[in-house]
Structure formats: C-alpha cells, structure tokens
Design a protein around this ligand. Structure first.
Ligand SMILES: Nc1ncnc2c1ncn2[C@@H]1O[C@H](COP(=O)(O)OP(=O)(O)OP(=O)(O)O)[C@@H](O)[C@H]1O
Ligand SMILES: [Mg+2]
Length: 244
C-alpha cells in the first residue's frame, strides 16, 4: 500500500535520507527502527505528504503523492491514521470531545453516528468512566489509548505510530503493543511503527526496516534480524536501546 522509492531529503544542507526505499504492505505490521535523530518521524511526515522529498517517489495505493497539491492529499491522508509521539491531545477538551473532534471537523456524519463511533472507541480503549475527564486526569498509557482511538475513528486502512511506547512504563508499553497487535486481527489493519526500542519490534512487527545514517541497512522479516552481520545491528541486538 505504501512504497518509498529512492527517497532523498535534506534539511538545509544536511542530508537526512539518502535514496531510502521501502514498502509497507496492507494488513502487516512494519517497524522502522533507528537511533534518535536519524529521520524516522521525517519518514512519517513524507508518507502523509506533510513535507516533500528532494527526489524519489512516495506511492500510496499506487499513486505518487509527491507532486500532489494539498487538496488532493486530503483523501489520501484519510486512508491513514496517525498517533503522534506526544499524543497531541487537546488539553481543554474531554476524552469524548478529543475522540470526536476531527470526525466532526472532517466527515459529515450525523451526530448520532459520530456519537456511536466515539462510544466504540471508548469501549475499545477501555476508557469507560473517563468520557468527561480531561486528558490531565489520565495516565500515559491511557492518553496513548485515546490517541489511538482518535486515529481509528476514521476507520483507516493503515495506522502510523510515532514512538508508541516512548515515555511509558514497561507494563503500559506491553499493553499498548498488545493493543497494536490486536488491531490487525480485529480490524484487519496495517500498521507502521517508528521506534528506537528494539523490544517493540520483536513484540509486534512482521517486518522491519533499519534506518542508519540516512540509509536502510536492513529490510526483511523481523526474525531475520538475528542473522544480520551489520555491526550496527549486532550492537543494537546486544544493547537493546539505541543511542547515537
Ligand atoms: N524542520 C526541520 N528543519 C531542520 N532540521 C530538522 C527539521 N525536522 C527535523 N530536523 C532534523 O532532522 C533530523 C531527523 O529528524 P527526525 O525528527 O525525523 O528524527 P527521528 O529519527 O524521528 O528522531 P527522534 O528519535 O528524536 O524522534 C534530526 O537531526 C532533526 O534535528
Ligand atoms: Mg521522531
């Protein structure tokens, strides 16, 4: 469904991505693993068409989005849900209002249908009793579940997660990863997980692309990571958390 073909990107004169190619298939969970500052969030922004590459193509369902104008990008973005690293919840809105906000802004559903979808996400995320609470009352794991619910409410075909477990304690991380796995089985959803935590990859990803110094140095099934002879991959397998 998503394919990057030889995508290069510079910020000023700093080259971030150098001919990066990868493909993300429907109904699969793909991880993009790499150290801090390597360009992982940048790849998600490129997939959403929020920034343009200097060269290369980005195909979504076979359509190259790189030449498209904003208005043509909206329907493409709606195929994908995004869960930002910091969740990007609205502090002054209740959990129900947060869940329904973009739906009310973007889709002309009846209020009854909107409310039904909000209730579905409250149940899915296990947030019953918190409908009228403000985000500040919630733990980190619960806020993450609201952000996931808000992304799912559009019924996307693919969901993009930017560092879904960053800042969470081990138990909350495990729960969030369990939720991500369950999405594919329940909703037949594909996912991209950008992370610097190798345990996340082993817990949920079918395939993994490792990004290092602007290039993809591994792109295969997760289990095959152990066979890699690349020194960086060998070091992350022993150290677990990536630091530059
Ligand atoms: N708008 C921008 N202008 C200039 N440089 C930027 C911009 N956005 C990001 N960068 C730089 O590009 C590099 C890649 O950023 P990016 O946020 O994609 O990294 P990341 O892999 O997601 O890192 P992190 O683990 O910190 O989230 C970083 O060095 C960052 O400082
Ligand atoms: Mg990032």
């Amino acid at each position: 469904m998503i394919e990057l073909q030889e995508v290069s990107l510079c910020y000023g004169d700093k080259k971030i991505l150098d001919k990066v190619s990868l493909s993300i298939k429907d109904n699969k969970i793909k991880a993009i693993l790499g150290p801090s500052g390597v360009g992982k969030s940048t790849i998600l922004k490129l997939i959403l068409g929020l920034i343009k590459p200097n060269s290369g193509k980005i195909l979504i369902d076979g359509v190259d989005i790189t030449p498209l104008k904003e208005s043509k990008l909206y329907p493409i973005r709606r195929k994908m849900g995004i869960v930002f690293q910091g969740n990007a919840l609205f502090d002054s809105m209740t959990i129900s209002e947060n869940l329904g906000f973009f739906l009310r802004e973007n889709l002309r559903l009846t209020e009854q249908e909107t409310e039904k979808r909000v209730q579905e996400q409250i149940a899915f995320a296990g947030l019953q009793g918190y409908e009228d609470a403000l985000p500040e009352k919630l733990s980190g794991g619960m806020k993450k579940r609201v952000a996931i619910g808000r992304a799912l409410i559009f019924k996307p075909a693919m969901i993009l997660f930017d560092e879904p477990t960053a800042g969470l304690d081990p138990l909350s991380s495990k729960k969030i990863l369990g939720l991500i796995s369950s999405l594919r089985h329940k909703n037949n959803l594909g996912a991209v997980i950008v992370t610097h935590i190798i345990d996340d990859v082993f817990q949920v990803a079918d395939t993994v692309s490792v990004l290092y110094k602007g290039e993809i140095i591994f792109d295969d099934e997760t289990a095959k990571l152990h066979n890699s002879t690349h020194p960086f991959i060998k070091s992350i397998l022993s150290d677990k958390i990536l630091e530059q």
